[in-house]
Write a protein that binds this ligand. Structure first.
Ligand code: HEC
Ligand code: HEC
Length: 217
């Protein structure tokens, strides 16, 4: 009898703790999103109210990007692995904004919020790209970025869909010229540099981007 009583007691305590943890974690999540939403107000001034991007601010669409990659890029900006090259006009606009995220909790909260926004499909703005030729070129990209541009986290390769084409173009150009990915702290950016260099000229870049844009639809 005594043993059963003890087990009942243990069970009750465990259930109580479980319930308390559940309630606690739910509140924590809600608070985290609230905080993320609050922080995002500042981001939306350049990235748009829905994170859809604003060409005039050189700010890309970020809505619905993967959480791991948002976190990684925000950390890179904050730690000075990205956005410090003197020719990186756009990156240097973003870096001070990342430094405004003082704690890791804030960085994660805003990244969670951005990841939860519905991904946007933007219109193509680059003219003269040949998507058929681009598809052939994309053969080089898919081993890391996935056959459908969906990204492969184990390779640190972000998704390429749901981006504005002008942003993809700047980034490829930046990798090619070393404006991005040449900082010693940017070890994953370094992996992308030779790939951008493999795109021989402007036409090849336009072609591959034209193809990538078809993957977002
Ligand atoms: C002053 C304008 C401005 C504000 C405010 C701003 N950003 Fe940016 N952000 C930019 C620009 C410009 C870029 C593009 C950098 C580049 O081309 O390399 C960028 C790039 C990014 C990227 C990289 C996207 C990618 O695909 O790698 C992320 C993530 C990002 N911003 C998140 C945020 C978040 C979160 C906030 C709010 C805390 C924020 N930004 C506030 C201008 C801004
Ligand atoms: C060896 C693996 C690999 C291959 C192959 C590769 N990439 Fe990447 N790519 C990466 C990694 C890793 C990153 C993320 C770099 C970082 O952490 O900043 C990246 C980033 C990018 C970005 C920036 C995305 C953003 O949100 O800022 C673009 C654009 C891109 N790659 C395009 C391409 C294209 C186009 C090809 C084919 C010509 C290609 N990549 C081939 C590994 C690769």
């Amino acid at each position: 009898m005594k043993r059963i009583g003890l087990w009942q007691y243990v069970l009750r305590v465990l259930c109580g703790t479980g319930l308390a943890l559940l309630v606690f974690s739910n509140t924590a999540n809600a608070e985290e999103n609230e905080r993320g939403k609050q922080l995002f107000e500042m981001c939306s001034q350049c990235h748009g109210l829905q994170g859809e991007g604003m060409a005039l601010s050189l700010a890309p669409s970020i809505a619905g990007l993967e959480l791991w990659s948002l976190e990684a890029q925000l950390r890179k900006f904050r730690d000075g692995a990205r956005g410090v090259h003197h020719e990186d006009i756009a990156g240097m606009r973003m870096r001070p904004m990342s430094m405004w995220l003082k704690t890791d909790e804030d960085l994660v909260a805003v990244a969670n919020y951005v990841a939860s926004l519905p991904a946007v499909t933007s219109e193509a703005t680059i003219e003269g790209g040949d998507a058929t030729k681009g598809k052939a070129l994309y053969g080089l990209c898919q081993s890391c970025h996935g056959a459908n541009g969906e990204g492969l986290q184990p390779l640190n390769a972000p998704k390429l869909t749901n981006h504005t084409d002008w942003y993809l173009k700047t980034q490829i150009y930046n990798f090619k010229t070393g404006i991005r990915g040449s900082n010693p702290k940017d070890t994953t950016g370094a992996l992308m540099r030779p790939m951008a260099m493999a795109l021989a000229n402007d036409q090849a870049i336009n072609d591959v981007i034209s193809y990538i844009m078809t993957l977002s639809k």
